[in-house]
Design a protein around this ligand. Structure first.
Ligand code: HEM
Length: 508
């Protein structure tokens, strides 16, 4: 009798031990993956792999990957993201080969595309897998054709005017201190609303801007938001487990109501506006495109992706360019001189002029080197692949990362990497580093579709602001920027406050 009681009381304990042991085995069972293949790898810890600092929000993913990049000298090496093995590629030649020449072996990103969990993000170009992606990309590329970009440029000019009106309203005796991140958030919101959806974002007006509130909701810091973005880009096992959607119900309601009703209005009134909505209306009219149905739900989903992809990226790039120019007075003056020489009374800062300014281009390129908005490029192997010059054979499903910060801060390619030196990208200097060591927009067929749009919006704003204002650091300007360890895009921890002083028309 006694022995029966003892057994039943220890059974739960045994069960817990067996479960804990099985879970532990499950979490570490992959950890010999790189060792078995004789590939140099960084030692993982259970559950987190090499990503504990990122998962626990102690270090941003970009900086963590740069730390790994600097610990190893090999062309490529292994890490574990949670329990998933990931191959990190350091060698620019191999990067070019994988992203461009051998694209057919790496046609997907590493995220989950599961319509049963999230039918909205599964339709985003960024997340969609090759078969669907090919149709979606070919149907959406015309939005960024040269003709359409020209029309959008005129719309961007009106947003720049609103931004300057806003800056002037904050001034007393021709100067003011402004948080440039906040300023640029408003700018990118209004540029996207107007150019992509043909709607006024109204972020610079007093009162409530629906678009601005939605952007803040998607990228605002909350634990749930962090996990949404981190899971959908980096930790697919987490999304499988939690079934968390990328966009919450408030954002979806906004898309369905605001964008959905705008689409219906265009359909009913046969309106065209040279923007993304025209394309969505056309896709909806076509209905079935090579087996893919474009119904109201799908076109609303497609509209959401540009709000997610364009807002933080453009805003961050512009804000860091303005910040760096306020600290680097020589570069600022050199750029202003170039602008003053180029702008005439007849043709102000038009589309052609913006594309002819080499120093403006160098300033934006150097900003994107120092502050790449996304921390890494990723691909999933879709067809068996032997890494050239090695015995390593990747099977379909294997994941690779290209660490953006590691490359952009590599002293061998960019000496004095912490310094802001736009001249690195001049005609004479640009061959001093391999082209594929600099990849802020990615490369190959899955390169950023909004690259030219983003560059136009950023360059126009920098150019007009520099013609009209002198930018300078003030007491509140941080000299070294610290970055949030949370989120997926690069964000400063503190406000980036700089001083704007109006330049008189006489000096123009
Ligand atoms: C300075 C601003 C921007 C930066 C730095 C940036 C960067 C990137 C990067 C690194 C990628 C991944 C490329 C790859 O994997 O090879 C990407 C993809 C993408 N970006 Fe951007 N982006 C910016 C602005 C925009 C804008 C304004 C839009 C749209 C309005 C946009 C839409 C997209 C889309 C849809 C993809 C997925 C492309 C595909 O898989 O076919 N981006 N972007």
């Amino acid at each position: 009798m006694n022995s029966y009681i003892n057994l039943s009381s220890v059974l739960p304990l045994v069960a817990v031990l067996v479960l804990t042991f099985s879970l532990y085995k499950y979490l570490v069972e992959n950890f010999d993956y790189w060792e078995k293949r004789q590939i140099k790898f960084l030692k993982p810890v259970p559950f987190f792999g090499n990503f504990s600092k990122a998962f626990l929000q102690q270090k941003g993913i970009g900086f963590l990957l740069a730390e790994f990049y600097n610990q190893v000298q090999e062309r490529f090496f292994g890490i574990f993201v949670l329990s998933e093995p990931v191959l990190v590629i350091r060698d620019p030649e191999l990067i070019k080969q994988v992203l461009i020449k051998d694209f057919q072996h790496f046609a997907d990103r590493s995220n989950l595309e599961d319509e049963s969990i999230d039918n909205i993000s599964a339709d985003f170009l960024f997340f969609s897998k090759y078969k669907k992606w090919k149709i979606l990309r070919s149907k959406q590329s015309p939005i960024f054709s040269s003709g359409k970009l020209r029309c959008m440029f005129l719309k961007m000019e009106t947003v720049v005017k609103d931004m300057e009106f806003y800056i002037n309203s904050k001034m007393s005796t021709n100067l003011c201190n402004l948080d440039v991140k906040e300023l640029c958030n408003r700018y990118s919101t209004d540029v996207l609303a107007l150019c992509i959806f043909g709607m006024k974002g109204a972020s610079f007006e007093n009162g409530h801007s629906k678009f601005y509130d939605i952007e803040k909701r998607i990228f605002g810091f909350s634990l749930l938001n962090d996990f949404r973005l981190f899971g959908h880009t980096t930790a697919k096992s987490f999304i499988k487990l939690t079934r968390l959607k990328l966009l919450d119900s408030t954002v979806m309601k906004f898309l369905r109501q605001t964008i959905g009703s705008q689409i219906e209005k265009r359909e009913q009134n046969h309106l065209e506006n040279n923007d993304f909505l025209d394309i969505l209306v056309e896709l909806k009219r076509m209905g079935n495109v090579r087996g893919l149905m474009f119904d109201q739900d799908r076109v609303v989903a497609l509209s959401g992706q540009f709000i997610v992809a364009g807002y933080e990226t453009v805003s961050t790039t512009l804000c860091f360019a303005l910040y760096e120019l306020s600290l680097n007075q020589e570069a600022q003056q050199k750029l202003r001189d170039e602008l003053r020489d180029a702008v005439t009374e007849e043709n102000g800062l038009d589309y052609e002029t913006i594309h002819k300014l080499p120093y403006l281009d160098q300033v934006v390129k150097e900003t994107l080197r120092k502050y790449p908005v996304l921390p890494y490029l990723d691909r999933c192997c879709t067809k068996e692949y032997r890494i050239p010059g090695s015995d390593l054979v990747l099977q379909p499903g294997s994941i690779i990362y290209i660490p953006m910060f590691g490359l952009h801060y590599d002293k061998n390619y960019f000496p004095d990497p912490n310094k802001f030196i736009p001249e690195r990208f001049s005609e004479e200097n640009k061959s001093s580093f391999p082209a594929s060591a600099y990849v802020p927009f990615g490369i190959g067929p899955r390169v950023c579709i909004g690259e030219r749009f983003a560059l136009n919006a950023t360059k126009l704003a920098i150019a007009q602001l520099l013609l009209d204002y002198h930018l300078e650091k003030c007491n509140e300007t941080p000299i070294h920027v610290e970055f949030k360890a949370r989120g997926i895009t690069l964000m400063p921890t503190k406000k980036l406050i700089i001083n704007f002083t109006k330049i008189s028309q006489a000096a123009y």
